[in-house]
Write a protein that binds this ligand. Structure first.
Ligand code: AMP
Ligand code: MG
Length: 409
C-alpha cells in the first residue's frame, strides 16, 4: 500500500524536532545591538540601570509640590526652567519649575501640572504661574524604574530579536548582544524543467519559483543561505549536490524530486550518501517529505509544487530552524475565527487552506486551493488548519494561523 509510511503532521514534527535538537547550534557570537535584527539571544539580557533613570515629566507644564497647591488658582513664583536633558536645582519650597516632557523632576517636586491647566504671569525673572488644578501627588510623573528595574532580566535566552526587542536592548544601554550564530542552510532545487528568471522560457520549461521563496523564507528566519542552484534530475548529480551541500551546512533544504516517480532522485540520493527517513505526512498540501542526514547536516526534502513547498516550510522547516537555535518549536497558537464559506468535501488529510480575514472579521477562502497556484499565497494572510475529514459550514469556528506568526516568533 502506498500510504504505509503515512504519519500525522504532529508525529512528523516530533521526529523532526528530536532530530534537530541533537544538532543544536551552541556557538554564540557577539554582535552590535544595532545590527541584530532577527538573531536569537544566546544569554539573558539584564539591565544595569533603572529605566527611566530618574523621575521625569510626561508633559510640558510645571513641576511642583502638590501640597503647595491647596486650591485651584494658587499663584506660585517660577523658580527655574528645566528642558529635557538638563538637571535642575532642588525645588525652592513654595515655587514651581517650568518643565518640558522628558525633563527630570527637580528634587522636592512630586507632581506636574500640564501647561494647559496653568497661566503664565510675566514678571521679574521667570515670572509666576497660576495653577488652575489641584494636583494629585505623582500626577504626570514617570517614576524612576517604572519601565525597568536595575538587575532585572529584560530579554530571555532564546528570544528572537524583533524590532521591539532591539529597542528594549537599546533602552537599557546594551551596545552588543550575545546571539547564536546563524543556522547555515544549503539550498537547491531539483527539476530539469526549471529555468531562472532572466532566461528565455523554452517549451516544457517553467521558472524556478521555489528558489526565490525558500531562500527568502530562510533569510527571514535568520539563516545564512548557500544557494546551490538547480540540480538536474539524475541520481549522480543529486548525490554530488548533497555531498557539496553537506560540507558547511547545518541543514540542506531541497525542493522537488521527493515523490516516487522515476525522475525523483532525492530520496535514493540521501540514502546513498547518509541516512533517510521518508514519510508520507497526512497533510494537504504537502504529503511527501524526506528527512535525513548527510555528513553532519540535516536534510529536508520538500515537495516541488510551489504552494506545497511554501506551506511545508512554514509548518516543518521553521520549527526545525527554531530548534537548531534553542527556541521553542511548539506551533503558534491558532486564532479561532468564523468561517464565511462552506467546505463540504474535506480531504481525508489535515488540510491547510489559504484564507484571508474579511472586513466582517470572518474568513474567506481563496477559490483555487490547488497546490500549484501560487496566487493563493500572496492573496492569503493566513492558513486555516482544518482537521482531517472535517466539513466546514458557514458560521463554524475554524483554526486560523496568520502567515507572519509562522516564520517569526
Ligand atoms: P516534483 O516534486 O519534482 O515532482 O514537482 C512537482 C511539481 O512542482 C511539478 O509540476 C514541478 O514542475 C513543480 N516544481 C518543482 N520544482 C519547482 C520549482 N523549484 N519551482 C516551481 N515549480 C516547481
Ligand atoms: Mg521534479
Amino acid at each position: 500500500m502506498q500510504d504505509r509510511n503515512l504519519i500525522t503532521l504532529d508525529e512528523a514534527l516530533a521526529r523532526l524536532v528530536a532530530g534537530a535538537a541533537r544538532l543544536r547550534i551552541l556557538e554564540a557570537e557577539t554582535v552590535s545591538s544595532f545590527e541584530a535584527l532577527g538573531r536569537v539571544l544566546a544569554a539573558d539580557l539584564h539591565s544595569q540601570i533603572d529605566v527611566p533613570p530618574r523621575d521625569n515629566t510626561a508633559m510640558d507644564g510645571y513641576a511642583l509640590r502638590a501640597a503647595d497647591v491647596p486650591a485651584a488658582g494658587t499663584r506660585l513664583p517660577v523658580s527655574q526652567r528645566i528642558p529635557a536633558g538638563v538637571v535642575g536645582e532642588p525645588l525652592v519650597p513654595g515655587s514651581a519649575a517650568r518643565i518640558f516632557t522628558g525633563g527630570q523632576l527637580p528634587e522636592g517636586a512630586d507632581a506636574v501640572v500640564m501647561q494647559e491647566q496653568c497661566e503664565a504671569v510675566p514678571g521679574d525673572g521667570l515670572g509666576e504661574v497660576v495653577v488652575n488644578q489641584v494636583p494629585a501627588a505623582g500626577q504626570w510623573v514617570r517614576r524612576r524604574g517604572e519601565d525597568v528595574l536595575r538587575g532585572h532580566t529584560v530579554l530571555r535566552l532564546g528570544t528572537r530579536l524583533t524590532p521591539q526587542a532591539l529597542g528594549m536592548a537599546a533602552t537599557v544601554g546594551a551596545e552588543t548582544l550575545a546571539v547564536w550564530r546563524r543556522p547555515r542552510v544549503a539550498l537547491f532545487s531539483t527539476g530539469d524543467e526549471l529555468v531562472l528568471p532572466g532566461q528565455p522560457l523554452p517549451p516544457g520549461a517553467i521558472y524556478n519559483s521555489n528558489r526565490h521563496t525558500l531562500r527568502a523564507l530562510l533569510q527571514a528566519a535568520g539563516c545564512e543561505v548557500q544557494d546551490l542552484g538547480i540540480v538536474p534530475d539524475r541520481l549522480d548529480a543529486t548525490r554530488a549536490a548533497l555531498r557539496q551541500a553537506a560540507e558547511a551546512s547545518d541543514l540542506i533544504l531541497t525542493s522537488g524530486g521527493v515523490s516516487v516517480g522515476e525522475e525523483d532522485h532525492l530520496k535514493p540520493a540521501v540514502q546513498a550518501e547518509g541516512e533517510l527517513q521518508s514519510w508520507q505526512v497526512a497533510m494537504k498540501p504537502g504529503k511527501p517529505l524526506a528527512f535525513g542526514r548527510v555528513g553532519k547536516s540535516l536534510v529536508m526534502g520538500l515537495p516541488g509544487n510551489p504552494v506545497s513547498s511554501y506551506i511545508t516550510f512554514l509548518l516543518t522547516v521553521a520549527p526545525v530552524l527554531r530548534t537548531l537555535q534553542g527556541m521553542d518549536a511548539t506551533p503558534p497558537r491558532p486564532l479561532l475565527l468564523r468561517a464565511d464559506f462552506d467546505w463540504p468535501r474535506p480531504d481525508r488529510r489535515r488540510e491547510f487552506m489559504r484564507a484571508r480575514l474579511n472586513e466582517q472579521g470572518g474568513l474567506e477562502l481563496f477559490p483555487n486551493q490547488s497546490s500549484g497556484v501560487l496566487t493563493s499565497t500572496v492573496w492569503a494572510d493566513g492558513l486555516i488548519d482544518n482537521p482531517a475529514g472535517q466539513a466546514v459550514k458557514r458560521g463554524d469556528m475554524v483554526r486560523f494561523l496568520p502567515l507572519d506568526t509562522l516564520v517569526w516568533r
